[in-house]
Write a protein that binds this ligand. Sequence first.
Ligand code: IPM
Ligand code: MN
Length: 362
Amino acid sequence: MKRLKIALIPGDGIGKEVLQEGVKVLKTIDKIDNNLFFEFEEFPWGCDYYVKNGKMMDDNGLEQLKDFDAIYLGAVGHPSVPDHVSLWDLLLKIRKGFDQYVNLREITLFNQSLTPLKDKSEKDIDFLVIRENSEGEYAGVGEWMNKGTPEEVVLQTSVFSRKGTERIIRYAFEEARRQKKSLTSISKGNALNYSMVFWDQVFNEISQEYPDVKTYSYLVDAASMYFIKEPERFEIVVTTNLFGDILTDLGAAITGGLGLAAGANINPERQFPPMFEPIHGSAPDIAGKGIANPLAAIWSVAQMMEYFHEGNWKDYIIESIRVLLKEGRYLTRDLGGKSLTTETGDRLIEILTQMVTENKSK
Ligand code: IPM
Ligand code: MN
């Protein structure tokens, strides 16, 4: 029997609304599966908390989170707090503080009607982006000199350590080997003459240890074009923090939009808890209306199940999402439907429950 403690951080905007649906899925699993028990504790952190307390989370916030089995986060960000403050003090603080250096973002087309790409179908768009999640362009190193003067100079330094670069690339090779897939590195060595030349070198070095893995190496500009024109080229992708950020929004765009995109932030050594989140953000413009798409948040529950070695549950959730999208009767507005967040969540749970019960009785 597994008893798993989940820290809930609904955060801001639609984060609260979509997380609620994901929690419903977790509770359904808890109910059906006699071996799994989830305990929840909710943390009120976010921009409202900042407005009241002058901080995004408690000073010992990481300490409070560190013994949980997983963190489930909704979204962070509201016009009341500058984005770089809210994100650095909560989302990025957790990613960095818990050394969640792997960010897994699946780019999967569930249904041909969801892609704006003509002539592309499910078989063409099905890959995994492994984004470096702890350093690179997000190292937070820099300087703002002579602020507000004509001599103003701003530096934002990327940091690529050997340790940080090797570990993400090695993780990606391991994943490619395990899944028997090709691995594509995306960088920009022609212009970024230190960091990306180094990245490419490390990628080459490590590839020697994995002769069984077929590799490709693309410049990020060319890769963006291929995401649109030939997404079938990609199976497993490894890339830097910022490139991964940008490319996975693009990946979301070709698979139905941000309402479907989930991300897992993982410390593979399991020294710290992982964090699962939809990657769409807080969407203040539609917050409170009950119309946000909960499927990204639900997909992140699938990723959580995989992390917990509950692969069957991952598959059930993914298949339920596929069925829901195919039947097309309970879609939120971003997907051209009229359903409310809770209606889509409820339908997902119906499909999931039915699928599991049918399978059990076989
Ligand atoms: C994401 C988001 C974050 C990022 C922002 C909110 C800091 O865009 O998870 O993709 O850039 O990593
Ligand atoms: Mn992003």
